[in-house]
Design a binder for this molecule. Structure first.
Ligand SMILES: Cc1cc2nc3c(=O)[nH]c(=O)nc-3n(C[C@H](O)[C@H](O)[C@H](O)COP(=O)(O)OP(=O)(O)OC[C@H]3O[C@@H](n4cnc5c(N)ncnc54)[C@H](O)[C@@H]3O)c2cc1C
Length: 343
């Protein structure tokens, strides 16, 4: 059975790995050059910074085992950070300072676990899937390859492992009912600003949950294990601010969020201590709760699977679980393994 997995984030890679181990022929398509999706690190010659997922927790025994294997391979480590809360904490949020939560990060950057998981998989990076058509009982994929050419390939099964709006759009003509059903999972944006400093900033904390104003999270990225280069700080804007300011330019977002950082921390920022800045707008960063959703979605009649963090809590662990859950559902499905009659 030939399966195309679209998306090399944790859900897609988790799914691909299990299916390949079970003997299926897997090809992973990824539009970006790097792997890991929203677990990503921006790198320059003089600094690096995680600008998507900041850390991950491992609540289930299965994911703890997986994280242990990453740690043994040098692809992850525990981040023992001093984390504070700024502003009045909503009642349902635990106090970060008292939390016993163990937090992990990829090493030397957030995408390292994805690269580790991708070993042995056939990955077509810089290949954006543009069309999906039902053809011959299976699927014809149209994609733009790394050299810009438009190509097609035939598969028995397709797994969509992307944020809900992107999966919904790709399926809109070939599986309109599924596309409409997943459209209800909206995802919120997040502006991220990175600042590299030649001189370490005077802060008594490594990271902060921010409960007021434009920011929601601040972290000294260089306090994470195995980071290289100049001291770097990461600012995440709040969901509301990001929504309200979605169409700002990167420069405008940077100016606003640096001013907010300075106001909140009392740290004066100037050309002396901040040498470079960079901004990234995550259009589909996180989703709200979807309590009634299945962990992954199997459309056996269509030979289509859908997974992603947005079906399972909106976090790294949930993404990994969703991919594995889908793979298991495909393997357990009695009717899924017949070859297409008309191929
Ligand atoms: C700002 C931010 C902060 C976060 N903080 C945390 C945190 O602290 N802790 C935590 O646990 N989680 C956090 N998350 C969430 C976490 O990053 C995600 O839950 C997880 O990485 C999602 O994995 P995924 O595989 O479901 O999707 P993704 O990682 O989004 O992977 C989808 C992949 O599909 C690719 N793709 C999309 N369209 C196409 C196409 N047409 N063709 C080919 N490829 C395509 C994308 O390039 C991407 O690589 C954060 C996310 C963001 C954005």
């Amino acid at each position: 059975m030939k399966v195309a997995v679209i998306g090399a984030g944790l859900s897609g890679l988790g799914c691909a790995k299990i299916l390949q181990q079970a003997g299926l022929e897997i090809t992973v398509f990824e539009k970006s050059r790097g792997l890991g999706g929203r677990m990503s690190t921006r790198r320059t010659e003089s600094w690096q910074c995680d600008h998507g997922a900041q850390y991950f927790t491992a609540r289930s025994a299965q994911f703890r085992d997986e994280v242990d294997s990453w740690i043994r391979a040098g692809a992850a480590a525990e981040w023992q950070a001093t984390i504070i809360s700024i502003g009045e904490r909503p009642a349902d949020l635990p106090d970060a300072r008292k939390s016993e939560t163990r937090r992990f990060v990829g090493t030397p950057g957030m995408s390292a676990p994805a690269r580790f998981m991708a070993q042995g998989l056939n990955i077509k990076s810089q290949c954006r899937v543009q069309t999906l058509q039902r053809r011959g009982g299976g699927w014809l994929l149209g994609y733009q390859s790394a050299n810009g050419a438009t190509e097609t390939a035939q598969f028995d099964w397709v797994v969509c492992a992307m944020p809900a709006p992107q999966s919904s759009e790709l399926l809109s003509s070939s599986a309109p009912d599924v596309s409409a059903a997943i459209q209800r999972f909206g995802m919120q944006p997040c502006w991220a600003v990175m600042l590299a400093c030649d001189n370490p900033l005077e802060a008594s904390f490594d990271a902060a949950f921010v409960n007021e104003g434009a920011l929601s999270w601040i972290a000294r990225d260089t306090s994470k294990p195995s980071r290289k280069g100049a001291e770097c700080w990461l600012l995440h804007a709040s969901e509301q601010w990001s929504l309200d300011n979605l169409e700002l330019t990167a420069e405008q977002a940077t100016t606003n969020l640096l001013a907010e950082f300075a106001r909140l921390t009392g740290i004066e920022l100037n050309a002396f201590n901040v040498t470079q800045t960079s901004a990234h707008r995550w259009r589909y960063a996180r989703n709200g709760d979807a309590p009634d959703a299945p962990v992954s979605r199997l459309e056996s009649g269509l030979k289509l699977g859908i997974c992603g963090d947005w079906l399972n809590g909106g976090r790294v662990e949930g993404a990994w679980q969703s991919g594995r859950h889908l793979a298991q559902s495909i393997l357990n499905c009695a009717t899924c393994h017949h070859p297409n009659p008309d191929r």
